[in-house]
Ligand binder design. Structure first.
Ligand code: AMO
Length: 441
C-alpha cells in the first residue's frame, strides 16, 4: 500500500500515486464528475472521480456508488493520482480517486453546524475540534508552551510537578474543591503556590510548572473555568517584584515570538488578528495610579479600594495602548488588603505589596509578587488575614530552616491564548472546558 501523505505535504509531492486519509468535509455529486473535499489534521484537498459512462447500469461504476453514499464526517483512506492543476481553487492540486477505503462511517446528520451555540459545540467537542480554526488554536498553544519551556530550560530553570491533591487550601478557603480521601478528605490544588515556593528553601533556585489548577468558582464568565492550566514560575535571589516582571516579560516575548514566526499568517487568515510581539520593558503602573487614570476616563470602579473589575481592566488596557503603544501592562503595588498573606509588603509602607497583575489586551492574565520570606512577618500577615498559623505549619517550616528572597508568578494559559487570538471566551481554546455546569464530555 502506498504510504500516507499528509495534505500539507501534497504541494511538495510530485504528480503520481499517493494515498491521503482524513474525513469527508463535502461531497459534490454531479452527473459527470464527483468531488470530495477531504480534510486531515494539516489541511483539505479536493478528490475527483469522473463517472464512468455506464448508461442504465450504474453499479458498473462501484467507486461512484461508494462516493454517492458517503456521509459528511466519514473517515476515509483514498489511493489515487496526484496532479497539480492551477485551476483547482483548493491548493492548486487534486487527487484522481483510484480506490476508496471507508474506515469509520459517520451518521448522516451531523449534530452541530458552524453556527451552533458554544454550548452545543462543547457537547460535541470532538466534532467542533475538527474545524481548522480549532486545529490552529491547539497548534498555537503547543508552540507557545514549547517556547516557554525552551526559554526556561535555556535559562537553567528546573521543571517541577507539584501534587494536585492537598491537605489544605493553597490560595484561599473560598473556591476550594473537597474530595474524599480514604478515611479523610483532601482538596484539589488551586495553585502550586506553596510547593513552588518550597523549591526555594530546597535550593533549586529557579523552577517552573505547567499544570492544572482547580477553583470551585461558581461564576459563568468568559474567563473562568473550574479547572485550568496554570503556568507557574518561582525563583530565588530577587530584590523586588521588578525582578519577577523582568523574567515574566522575557518569557512572554519568547512565547509570542515563536507563535508569530510559526503561525502569524495563519492566525491573521483565520481570526483576522495581526498581533504584535511585545518589547521589554512592558509599561508598569501602580494600582493607585491606574485607579486615577480610569476615574479620569469617566469610570467609577465599583469598590474604590478593591481590585480592578473587568471594565477597569479593559479601560486601562485601552489607555496603555493609546499612550504607550503596548498590549501589555503590569499593574503594580496592590493594596495589602486585597492580596494574599504571602505577598511581601513595601518597606516603609505596609499598605501596599510588592506585587503585580499583568493585563493583556484588556484582561488579567497573571498575578506575581515577591514573597514574604521572614517567618515572623509571614505569621503576622497570616493572622491578620484570619488564617490559623497552625494549619500552615508545613508551609511556615519552609521559612525556618534557611530560605533566600524569592518571588514568582502564575499565569492562566487559556486566557493568554484567548486574548492573543481575540476570541470571546476561554471555552473556545480549552480542549475540554470545565465549568460549574459542565463535567462532560
Ligand atoms: P491568581 O489567583 O491570580 O494567582 O491566578 C493566576 C492566574 O491564573 C488564571 N486563573 C484562572 N484562569 C481560568 N479560570 C480560573 N478560574 C482562573 N483563576 C485564575 C488567571 C490568573 O491571573 N498563586 C498565585 C500566582 C502567583 O502569585 O504566583 C495565583 O494563583 O490568568
Amino acid at each position: 500500500m502506498t504510504e500516507r501523505t499528509l495534505v500539507q505535504k501534497l504541494a511538495s509531492t510530485p504528480d503520481g500515486p499517493v494515498r491521503v486519509a482524513g474525513w469527508v468535509e463535502t461531497v459534490r455529486d454531479q452527473k459527470k464528475v464527483q468531488f470530495i473535499v477531504l480534510r486531515d489534521e494539516t489541511g483539505a484537498v479536493q478528490l475527483v472521480h469522473p463517472r464512468t459512462d455506464v448508461g442504465e447500469n450504474p453499479v458498473d461504476d462501484p467507486i461512484a456508488a461508494q462516493i454517492s453514499a458517503l456521509t459528511h464526517g466519514t473517515f476515509l483512506s483514498v489511493e489515487g493520482e496526484l496532479k497539480a492543476d492551477e485551476r483547482v481553487k483548493l491548493g492548486g492540486l487534486e487527487v484522481k480517486i483510484g480506490s476508496v477505503d471507508v474506515a469509520g462511517v459517520a451518521f448522516p446528520e451531523p449534530p452541530i453546524a458552524d453556527d451552533s451555540s458554544i454550548d452545543k459545540r462543547l457537547d460535541w467537542r470532538f466534532l467542533d475540534l475538527r474545524r481548522p480554526e480549532q486545529n490552529l488554536i491547539a497548534r498555537v498553544q503547543t508552540t507557545f508552551e514549547h517556547a516557554l519551556r525552551t526559554w526556561w530550560i535555556d535559562n537553567d530553570f528546573i521543571e517541577i510537578h507539584t501534587p494536585k491533591l492537598m491537605a489544605s487550601a493553597s490560595e484561599s478557603r473560598a473556591e476550594l474543591f473537597e474530595v474524599g480521601y480514604f478515611e479523610t478528605k483532601a482538596y484539589l490544588a488551586q495553585s502550586p503556590q506553596f510547593f513552588k515556593q518550597m523549591a526555594q528553601p530546597a535550593g533549586f533556585g529557579k523552577v517552573f510548572e505547567i499544570a492544572p489548577a482547580f477553583r470551585a468558582d461558581p461564576s459563568f464568565t468568559s474567563r473562568h473555568a473550574t479547572e485550568f492550566i496554570s503556568v507557574d514560575s518561582e525563583f530565588s535571589w530577587i530584590d523586588s517584584h521588578d525582578d519577577v516582571m523582568k523574567v515574566h516579560e522575557q518569557l512572554l516575548i519568547a512565547g509570542l515570538t515563536a507563535v508569530k514566526e510559526k503561525h502569524g499568517e495563519a492566525i491573521t487568515a483565520a481570526f483576522g488578528v495581526e498581533f504584535e510581539v511585545p518589547t521589554a520593558p512592558f509599561p508598569r503602573i501602580p494600582l493607585a495610579e491606574v485607579r486615577r487614570i480610569v476615574a479620569e476616563g469617566g469610570y467609577e470602579i465599583p469598590r474604590a479600594d478593591g481590585d480592578l473589575d473587568p471594565e477597569a481592566e479593559r479601560r486601562i488596557s485601552e489607555w496603555v495602548k493609546a499612550n504607550h503603544g503596548s498590549d501589555f501592562v503590569f499593574v503594580t503595588d496592590y493594596d495589602s488588603s486585597i492580596r494574599p498573606f504571602y505577598h511581601q509588603r513595601h518597606e516603609g509602607d505596609g499598605s501596599i505589596t510588592k506585587s503585580y497583575d499583568l493585563i493583556y489586551n484588556g484582561a488579567e492574565i497573571s498575578t506575581g509578587a515577591q514573597r514574604e520570606h521572614r517567618v515572623d512577618v509571614l505569621i503576622e500577615q497570616a493572622k491578620e488575614k484570619g488564617l490559623d498559623p497552625e494549619e500552615l505549619e508545613f508551609y511556615l517550616d519552609f521559612f525556618r530552616h534557611g530560605v533566600p528572597p524569592h518571588g514568582g508568578f502564575g499565569m492562566g494559559l487559556a486566557r493568554v491564548i484567548m486574548l492573543l487570538l481575540g476570541l470571546p471566551s476561554i471555552r473556545e481554546v480549552i480542549y475540554l472546558f470545565r465549568g460549574p455546569n459542565r463535567l462532560e464530555p
